[in-house]
Write a protein that binds this ligand. Structure first.
Ligand code: SF4
Ligand code: SF4
Length: 216
């Protein structure tokens, strides 16, 4: 905070902002009055901020940046994801993209500004049921692992296999999955995960899914 205050005084920062994965901590910081913007994960399946940090940001006239607007790669329907986000008039989504076509697709949706339909709502409910709350946000707060396992790379194997071709998923994640087999279930990562994920069980489930899918 001292460094930030100095940088503000020196004119190096005009609008101090912070990023978090923890809503109660974010709310405390927002209420401190020392920040102009906040970034939190927000998308149609991770929507905890909807009734908490988002209305508070509006009330405090703070910017709200929606981190992982497509669930960090879990959601493959850009139209649905952005229709959902466009309901909120004072948030800015921050999508991670891999190809120029992806940002063009997103920009076209935003320009059309479509409304969320009843069918979309039903689809979102279905996705929420499917993913529940046990999905990895790829924040890597669970690291370091004593076995040097790249945890998010292992437990997102299912979505990675859906998102990439089999060969590309193998090239990108096989080494992480192989390392995942050395998990000693010490539970150190579970203590650090802000989403309280049961990481050792998720690693096991993910490796089983990987083995079945890659072996096909
Ligand atoms: S439980 Fe497994 S993944 Fe988690 S820190 Fe321990 S060894 Fe690493
Ligand atoms: S397991 Fe938890 S801490 Fe680790 S990357 Fe996923 S969400 Fe973040």
């Amino acid at each position: 905070m001292e460094g930030m205050e100095e940088a503000i005084k020196a004119g190096k920062i005009r609008f101090p902002a912070f990023s978090s994965h923890n809503i109660p901590i974010a709310i405390e910081l927002m209420k401190s009055g020392r920040f102009d913007a906040v970034q939190l994960p927000f998308n149609c399946i991770n929507h905890e901020a909807k009734d908490t940090a988002i209305p508070l940001a509006k009330e405090l006239d703070m910017g709200f940046i929606a981190m992982k607007p497509m669930g960090g790669g879990l959601l493959d329907n850009a139209e649905l994801s952005f229709r959902y986000l466009l309901q909120f008039d004072h948030i800015i989504p921050d999508p991670g993209i891999e190809r120029i076509e992806e940002i063009r697709e997103i920009a076209a949706i935003v320009e059309r500004n479509p409304s969320l339909t009843d069918k979309d709502q039903r689809e979102i409910e279905k996705l929420r049921m499917e993913f529940g709350s046990s999905w990895c946000h790829r924040c890597d707060y669970c690291l370091p692992c004593p076995q040097d396992i790249r945890i998010s790379g292992v437990i997102t194997a299912r979505s990675n296999l859906k998102r990439f071709s089999r060969d590309k998923a193998k090239a990108l994640f096989e080494s992480a999955v192989e390392k995942g087999r050395t998990c000693i279930q010490c539970g150190e990562c579970v203590k650090r995960c802000p989403y309280h994920l049961e990481i050792p069980s998720l690693i096991k489930e993910s490796i089983d899914y990987w083995d079945k899918t890659i072996a096909k």
